[in-house]
Design a protein around this ligand. Sequence first.
Ligand code: RFL
Ligand code: PHB
Length: 389
Amino acid sequence: MRTEVAVIGAGPAGLLLAHLLARAGIDSVVVETRSQEYVASRIRAGILEHAAVELLTSAGLGDRLHAEGHEHRGVYLQWPGERHHLDFLNLTGRSVHVYGQTEVQKDLVAAHQGPVVYEVTDTRLHDVHTDRPHLTFVDRDGVRRRLDATVIAGCDGSFGPSRAAVPESARRVFERTYPYSWLGILADVAPSTDELIYAWHPDGFALHSMRSPSVSRLYLQVPNGTDPAHWSDRQVWDELAKRLGHGQNGWTLTPGPITDKSVLPMRSFVQTPMRHGNLFLAGDAAHIVPPTGAKGLNLAIADVALLARALTAMLRERTTALIDTYSDNALRRVWRCTHFSWWMTTMLHASDDPFDAQLQLSQLRWVTTSTAAATGLAENYAGLPLTFA
Ligand code: RFL
Ligand code: PHB
C-alpha cells in the first residue's frame, strides 16, 4: 500500500487530519488499534473552544454541533459561600460549546470517506528521518502489511508508538505529575446548573459539567490510586453536594442514576520538537494537559488545523515554509495551554498546605473581582484564535 500521508490513530486528531487533507485532495490511510465502535464510545472531553467550533464548522462538521451542542457564554467559579459567574462573551467576545468528544468522533466517522484500517496490532514506524518513511502493522486477519507514505502523522495519543520513534537524542520531554486524580461520573439526570461550575473546597475540587439537557457529567478530586469501585453512588452524590454547595443560596444538586464511573490521572507532558524528519506529531501523541482547563481535545484540533494547512502547502504547492515552522508554531499554543491548564489545576485543587489554600482563595477572589484578571482567564478558556502561533 502507498499513500501520501499515513496517519496513526483514528481519535479526533487523526480522523480530523485525514478529513481536512481529503478536502484538500490529499490521500491518506488511517490505522487504528481499536474498533470503530470502541473509538466512538470513549467518554472524554466535553468543551469545544471558540476556534475549534469555527474550524469544525468550516470543515463541514458543524451541523449536529450547532443543532445539538449548547453554547455557553461563561462558567461559574466558586468556593464555600460564594459563587461568581465569569462571562467570557462579555469579556472577550468569544464563547464555548458543550459538545462531547464522543459526538465529535461520531461526526468525523460519518464525514470521512477515506480508508481507515481498524483493529490493527503491532504498528511500527520505519525510516521516519528519510524520504522513504513507512509503517508496518498486522491487520485483523493476522496479515502483516506495509504502508509507504510521503509523511507519517503520529496521532496515536499518549500510549502510541509515534513519540518514541523520535530518537532520544533528538527529543526533549517536559513533565509534571499531580498528587491527585479525578473521579468522573456520567449520570442520567438533567444538569443542576445552566453553565459549568468549578468549585474550590477544602476537602477537594469538584466540577459540575454536562453533556445534554438530560445527561450530567461531574468530577471529584480524589487521591491518586483511588479505585472507583470503592465509591458508592450515594457517597459520590453526597460528596458532590457538599463540595458544590447544595443548599447554599437556594441552589440544589439533583442526583440521578450513574451510568459510568471512572478515575482519570492528571499529568502535564510535552515532547519537543513535534517533527522528526518526515514524522509529525499531533494531539496527545505530543502533549498531555490535566483536564481542568478543558484543553486536551481543543489542542489536538488546533495542531491538526496547522498541520493540515502545512502539509497541503508542502504536497500541493511545493512550499515548505509552513511545514518547517509547524513544530515551533504548534508549540507556542501548546505551552500557552500547558500553562493555563497547570494554573487552573493548581488554583482549584485542595492540598494539605494552609499557605497554598490562602493563595488559591486570593487568586479566586482576584479573577472574580478584577476585570483584567477575569479577562485573562476568559481569553485562555474560550481559547486563542487559530492564528495564534
Ligand atoms: P486520542 O483520542 O487518544 O486518540 C489516539 C488514537 O490512537 C490510537 N492508537 C493507535 N493506533 C494505531 N496504532 C497504535 N499503536 C496506536 N496506539 C494508539 C488510539 O486507540 C486512539 O484511538 O488522542 P488525540 O486524537 O490526540 O485526541 C486527544 C484527546 O482525546 C484528549 O486530549 C482528550 O480526550 C483528553 N481528555 C480530556 N480532555 C479534556 O479537555 N477534557 C476532558 O474531560 C478529558 N477527559 C481525556 C479525558 C483523556 C482521557 N484519556 C486519554 C485517558 C478522559 C480520559 C479518560
Ligand atoms: C467535561 O465535561 O468532561 C469537562 C468539562 C470541563 C473540564 C473538564 C472536563 O474542564
